[in-house]
Ligand binder design. Structure first.
Ligand code: PEP
Ligand code: MN
Length: 261
């Protein structure tokens, strides 16, 4: 397996980073103004990566599907204006070249974790990849999905835990916090956590984010919206700008408290 070999230690750009990777932004690009407002705020907090979906994989075909190419253009424009790196999802091989051209990190969503015909070409692009864990997949299946990308020569894979389906219904998914230390035990790949999709409720995002940092996550990806009640997707789980500012302060405190020994 490449994921637990020395190749990752020497070639994965994120494997040896000391700093916590902070990624934030709205679920979806909705307009230039919406994205710029969030980006400008998170940039002032020292956040390096702006996330926002242009191609949205929605459970219902009647829900907002994202702005597509226009969304990518807005994302790139905002990223360039504010000198931020951008993260966005690719949902199909058809759009892979376009998505890879417009962003700095390509995201594979939970629903595509085992879309092997998408993972193989993603292994050939020259951009880092965030591979989200499938909601019904084991850690082993997740690591094997990563191998589909690594084995094609793209070593810059970042795993992202985003919660799995369990019998619990109080939260959208159940954050499998134990996957963080387990993945670190089984591979050298960096692992980040997305508490927003894990719980599906903005009330719980902070607690899960802080627990993830304490558990050793290499980064935290959070959905942030300037006016979440009006969001076109995932309105219940996106936190506001000031809530995110507080969260960043607490994340930094937990990170330094747990990384000084
Ligand atoms: C997302 O990050 O926008 C997303 C759709 O998440 P997931 O694939 O984890 O559901
Ligand atoms: Mn979302």
């Amino acid at each position: 397996m490449i994921g637990n070999s020395e190749i990752i230690k020497s070639k994965n750009k994120f494997a040896n980073k000391k700093d916590l990777m902070l990624i934030a932004g709205p679920c979806a690009v909705e307009s230039f103004d919406q994205l710029y407002e969030v980006a400008n705020h998170i940039k002032s907090l020292g956040v390096e990566y702006l996330r926002a979906g242009a191609f949205k994989p929605r459970t219902s075909p009647y829900s907002f599907q994202g702005l597509g190419k226009e969304g990518l253009e807005i994302l790139k424009k905002v990223g360039t204006l504010l000198d931020m790196k951008t993260v966005t999802e690719v949902t199909s091989e058809k759009n892979l070249e376009l998505v890879a051209e417009y962003c700095d990190i390509v995201q594979i969503g939970a629903r595509n974790m085992q879309n092997f015909e998408l993972l193989k070409p993603v292994g050939k692009i020259k951009k880092p990849v965030i591979l989200k864990r499938g909601m019904g997949n084991t850690i082993k299946e997740w690591l094997l999905a990563a191998e589909y990308i690594l084995s094609q020569g793209n070593y810059d894979v970042i795993l992202c835990e985003r919660g799995i389906k369990t019998f619990e219904t109080a939260t959208r998914n159940t954050l499998d916090i134990s996957s963080v230390p387990v993945v670190k035990d089984l591979s050298f790949l960096p692992v980040i956590v997305d508490p927003s999709h894990a719980c599906g409720n903005k009330k719980y995002v902070e607690a899960l984010a802080l627990a993830s940092v304490a558990a050793g996550a290499n980064g935290i990806m959070v959905e942030v919206h300037p006016n979440a009640r009006k969001a076109k997707s995932d309105a219940q789980q996106q936190i506001g700008l000031s809530e995110y500012a507080t969260l960043v302060r607490k994340i930094k405190a937990v990170y330094s408290a747990t990384n000084t020994f």
